[in-house]
Every structure is written in C-alpha cells, then in structure tokens.
Design a binder for this molecule. Structure first.
Ligand code: SF4
Ligand code: SF4
Length: 439
C-alpha cells in the first residue's frame, strides 16, 4: 500500500476500539421514563407541541420550531407525556424536556416499503430530512436540511461520507458500516441527489480495512461512489481535515465546506437519511457505543433518544472495578464529562465512555515551557500556546489574531502539552468574550 492520504498535524492517541468493535448492534432496553430534550441541535430550540397527560405515538412530533436553523423532535416511544420540565443537558445548559412514560408494550415503527430513489427530487429529500428532525450524528448535531441547502453560488460537486470515526473508543459508525453497508450507500446517494453533486467519496481510516472492503464490494456497481482508505490519525474525521485529505481542497478560515464544493456527512446521518426517506422514520433512536475500562461488557446499543445513560451502563453489566473514573458523553477527545449518569441520550450522542480511576485524578496545569508541541499538533496550524497566553492576560483581540475563532476544539494541543494546559478552556473563554464584544 502506498502512502495514505492525510493532513498536517494531529495526534496518535490509544484507540482502544477493540473493546467494542466486534460487538454487533443490539437494542438497548426502553426505560419506563424518557427525558426528551427539545434542544438537541445547533440552532433554535423547539417548543413543546404536546402537554402533560397527552398520549403520544412512536415517531410523533413533540417539539417544533419555525426557525430554519433548528431540528424537530419526535417521540421515541408510544406512551403518555408526564410533564414538561427544564433540566440541565449533557453540556450543562438548561433546556426544556418532554418527559414521557413509555407503554409496557412497544410496537415496531411502521416502515413504509417500495422505496425507489428515482421517485424523489432533491427538494423532497431536503424536506424529508427537515421533517424527520435529522442532525449531524457525529456529535455536532447541525441540522441536516440546512447543510443540504448550500448557497446557490456555491455548487457542491462532492459528497464526502465521514467514515473515519477517529475518536478513540467509539465503534458505532464502524458497526453501521459492517451491518448496514447497503443502507449507508443508499443514504449517501440521497445526499448526493439532495445537493446535486457528481460523486460520493467514503473516507475510511485504515484501521477499518474490513469495513472499507465491504463498502467497496457493495458500491462496485455504482461508479459515482468511491471508497478511500486514509491514514489513522486524530482528528482525521474533522471536516476540513477530511476534505483536504480526500480532495486536496483547502476550506479557507471561517468558511464552510461548500466554499470548495464539498458536503461532509457522517455515517450515522447517511443511514438516518436512508431510514427517513425509504421508511418514513424520524430520528428518535441511534447507535451508541458504551465502552471504556470502567464498563464490564462494552457494547454498541441501539438507543431511544431520552434514555438516561444509567440504563445503558446497567445494560452493559454495570461499572467495572476500574470505575468510578471519568464518565464521558461522546468520545474522550471531544465529549462532555458528566457528573452523574442521569443525563439522557440525544441525537448527537455517539458514545458513553467510562474511564478508569486514574482518569478521575485532578492534574494541575503548570506554566508553559515553550516546547512548541501544541503548535506541531494543531491541525489548523494555530499557535495554541499564544491563544492561552493572550486569554490569560485578557487580550481577546490578540487571542483572535492567534486564531481562537478558527479553533474547532479538537484537543490535540492539550493532549501533547507537558504542562497539562487545558487549551480549550481558554479558547472557549476567548470565543465567548469576542462574541460578547461584537453584540
Ligand atoms: S488550538 Fe484548537 S484546533 Fe488547534 S489543536 Fe488546539 S483545540 Fe485543536
Ligand atoms: S505544548 Fe504546552 S508547554 Fe508546550 S508550548 Fe504548547 S502550551 Fe506551552
């Protein structure tokens, strides 16, 4: 094999995917009570359109917003609305939630059959994505219908499926590639039609050769779909890094992928679009990897949105003797540490990772030793050390000059830093101060 494509910078953390990679997707238990946040996405939160005491059907819309940048929310079960409450979400923000008591018996979703892609226009696919409440399922949770509507003067010629899953520990996308390859390719072709692109490239990290082989064989009769292996490196799945690795195109700072004719969507989103278009199924469940040294039986679970993560931990044999360390929603690089396991799963939850005791130890940051490791690691070619220095001094414009606004919070800088400096904490402070200053 020749040299694999990649980007400059990045890191090579321990991937630890073997804990769950061989575990086929299985359904998680449906809890008696689900807590469904009405803001699970980038953009305007939804308003509840159901009230306490009302019966709801599986897949019924329970949250609506007139705002274009938003994503509707649907009931993950058939049951009765218990109450509408405000509570903290995984990121510590207070959001409105619909609490639903699930019926004991749950019927399967009534799938539509007889699907043919030719009978859908691009506009219809975009509308279905909106009606189904689709969002980017790699974690960012950006509303899919908005991404599928790039500016008219920025035509998209290439759809890229992010099949890297470069976050350590996570294997939910890998299992979808193995188990749902046909649906993934159909979803990719729907994305292509929705934006009028010419081709689809599925970018797979080289540590998933078997998944790439399956996808290649399934796509062999579809010349507009290609599967490319790329180097194993974090954050290979970040949009700008992936576009550069696969097409050689550079998205300018502050611009979107459509600037260079690309649309990037994650594996889970492509499968969810397939389900929405072919089956008429809204996004109310997703695959979540539950793993880490603190979990007895790591697994890939199909989980209803609104399920507390404690239910998933129990379904995986509970905490191991390594726990309690750190409980993370998402992957260890970009996920959110949780204080307890009552947080409900949302559309963007790709994993629940429980690290061992040593990860729970508090490490104090020390002074920067000017080693430059953070600069070498930064895939955006920023100077993270200088962003931190500026932020510590309250020099927000200087932080901006050093690229604070271009930082996408991948965490490579902190990973390499011998002084244990939490760069992202300072970047977020700078972003928030700069945003306040422009209001
Ligand atoms: S500065 Fe931002 S983009 Fe660069 S390595 Fe650090 S977190 Fe990643
Ligand atoms: S890696 Fe840490 S210690 Fe080294 S230059 Fe960057 S901030 Fe300073």
């Amino acid at each position: 094999m020749g040299k694999l494509k990649t980007f400059k910078g990045g890191i090579h953390p321990e991937y630890n995917k073997e804990l769950s990679s061989s575990k086929a997707i299985r359904p998680a238990p449906i809890p008696e009570r689900l807590i469904v946040p009405l803001s699970q996405h980038v953009g305007a939160p939804c308003d509840p359109i159901v009230s306490a005491g009302e019966r709801v059907e599986l897949g019924q819309k329970v949250g609506h917003s007139e705002a274009y940048v938003s994503a509707y929310v649907h009931s993950p079960v058939t049951g009765v609305v218990e109450e509408i409450v405000s509570r903290k979400n995984f990121a510590g923000q207070t959001v409105t939630c619909v609490v639903i008591a699930a019926d004991k018996e749950q019927a399967d979703f009534p799938k539509r059959s007889g699907f043919a892609l030719e009978s859908f226009t691009g506009e219809q696919i975009r509308e279905i994505a909106r009606d189904a409440g689709l969002v980017g399922m790699g974690g960012a949770a950006f509303p899919t219908h908005v991404k599928l509507s790039p500016p008219k003067d920025k035509p998209v010629d290439t759809v890229i499926i992010n099949a890297c899953e470069c976050e350590p520990f996570l294997t939910c996308d890998y299992r979808l590639m193995i188990e749902r390859a046909d649906d993934l390719i159909s979803g990719a072709l729907m994305l292509k039609k929705a934006v009028g692109a010419e081709r689809v490239i599925i970018g797979v990290e080289a540590n998933k050769q078997d998944a790439a082989d399956i996808l290649k064989s399934k796509a062999s009769g579809t010349p507009e779909v290609s599967v490319e292996l790329i180097e194993v490196k974090y954050p290979q799945g970040a949009e700008k890094m992936l576009i550069y690795a696969l097409t050689g195109r550079k998205v300018p700072p502050g611009k979107l992928p459509s600037e260079v004719g690309c649309l990037v969507q994650n594996v889970g989103t492509a499968v969810a679009l397939f389900e929405a278009v072919a089956w008429g199924k809204p996004l109310y469940e997703r695959v979540v990897t539950v793993t880490g040294p603190g979990i007895n039986e790591p697994a890939n679970l199909l989980v209803r949105v609104g399920t507390p993560i404690s239910v998933l931990i129990d379904a995986c044999g509970g905490y191991s003797r390594e726990a309690p360390g750190k409980l993370i929603m998402g992957g260890p690089m970009t996920g959110w540490a949780q204080e307890d396991a009552s947080t409900p799963v949302v559309k963007g939850t790709s994993g629940v990772v429980v690290l061992g005791k040593e990860a729970g130890a508090v490490v104090e940051e020390s002074e920067c030793v000017s080693c430059g490791k953070c600069i070498i690691a930064c895939p955006m070619m920023l100077t993270p050390n200088l962003i931190v220095r500026s932020a510590k001094r309250g020099q927000w414009d200087r932080a901006k000059e050093f690229g604070a606004l271009d930082c996408f919070e991948c965490g490579c800088c902190s990973f390499e830093c011998p002084a244990y400096i939490p760069h992202i904490k300072y970047v977020r402070r700078a972003k928030s101060m700069l945003a306040t200053a422009t209001k």
